[in-house]
Design a protein around this ligand. Sequence first.
Ligand SMILES: C[S@@+](CC[C@H](N)C(=O)[O-])C[C@H]1O[C@@H](n2cnc3c(N)ncnc32)[C@H](O)[C@@H]1O
Length: 374
Amino acid sequence: MKQKYLAVLGRLSDLSLAELSAQFGNSVRKIAPSLAVFESETRPDINRFGGTIKFAELLSTSPVDYLLSLDFSGKFVIGVSDFSKGSNRKKSLNEAMKIKKILSRKNRSCRVLANSDAVLSSATSHHNQMGEKLGHIEFIKVGKEWYLLTGVQNITAYKNRDQARPARDAKVGMLPPKLAQILINLCGPLPKNSRVLDPFCGTGVLLQEALLDGYLVYGTDLSSRMIEYSEKNLNWLEKSNSLDKNRFLLSAGDATDFKWTEKIDAVACETYLGAPMSKPPVEIKLKEQKKECSRIILGFLKNLSEQISPKTPLALAIPAWLRPSGRYERLNIVDNLENMGYNVVKLNHLSQEDMLYFRDGQVVAREIIVLRKK
Ligand SMILES: C[S@@+](CC[C@H](N)C(=O)[O-])C[C@H]1O[C@@H](n2cnc3c(N)ncnc32)[C@H](O)[C@@H]1O
């Protein structure tokens, strides 16, 4: 049976919305700047969605009735995040205190989590093990509806995956694991044991996330040093997470002419992004970078097009450069792609303009493109 869920969206809420839409289809609706609702038959796993901070499930009873229905006799730790219009820290705390009062009349003890805002930050929820430890329960209020927190972003696990990996290379750039997850999810729901290709795999961040999702992975890269790094990282990931063996394949090769030897079910990657930059490039440098990146990315897409089956999904992060005006200049390759045998996929009425991933002031941003082989 389908259940209604709430997602608290991450910093770049449009990309988060696109990620959810690719997985849960037309049921996804944005209901506030940082909130979306959707329906699903299975409970979404927060550890697999880079763009969502919290997932919660619609409650069919009141919070108190829910708490009393639990097979738990210890002390509750409860928190309330109130996303209703006009809410504030005081109102939110009041809601929590009302719950505490009713519980104490029923001789149940309860500690209310102090909040500094109308909603609990994901760090607070995570550190207090809300929704994870027995009796630690967070309710999310949106207007008249109450939701039960089912998962909060595990900041510690992301940090470990990013920083504890044995082979790192600051020059190749650091694809954030959250963006890697978004790219994989943008390919849509894939059957178990699908093979995901990253033809610019670098140190293997995306391959790591795809392995954790249970997919077979295939990584190629121009640099054999990068392939060695990926191998080290994937072996480490396999061991530290007790994953099944023999689920990845790596090979050095130029994406513009490589012949991939295995059947490919989806392609997710951060392509070559050009030279790393700490300040906006001068016009001539930008022109040169755009030319080089277009050559590699279009060359790769042309080469790939002949090797994948119709309907194969692709999600790519390609570069966009900060201009002195504060806007990002894009590669503008989308128009060429229809002629090369790809359809550009539009998710949840988002325009291509909305599909940007960047931190404040970052010079080389990533534009996200979702395609499907015709
Ligand atoms: C921005 S990095 C990708 C980083 C990667 N996402 C990671 O997790 O480390 C781009 C990668 O593309 C590779 N590359 C550059 N030109 C290439 C080409 N023509 N074919 C394949 N790989 C290429 C580089 O060696 C580099 O590892």
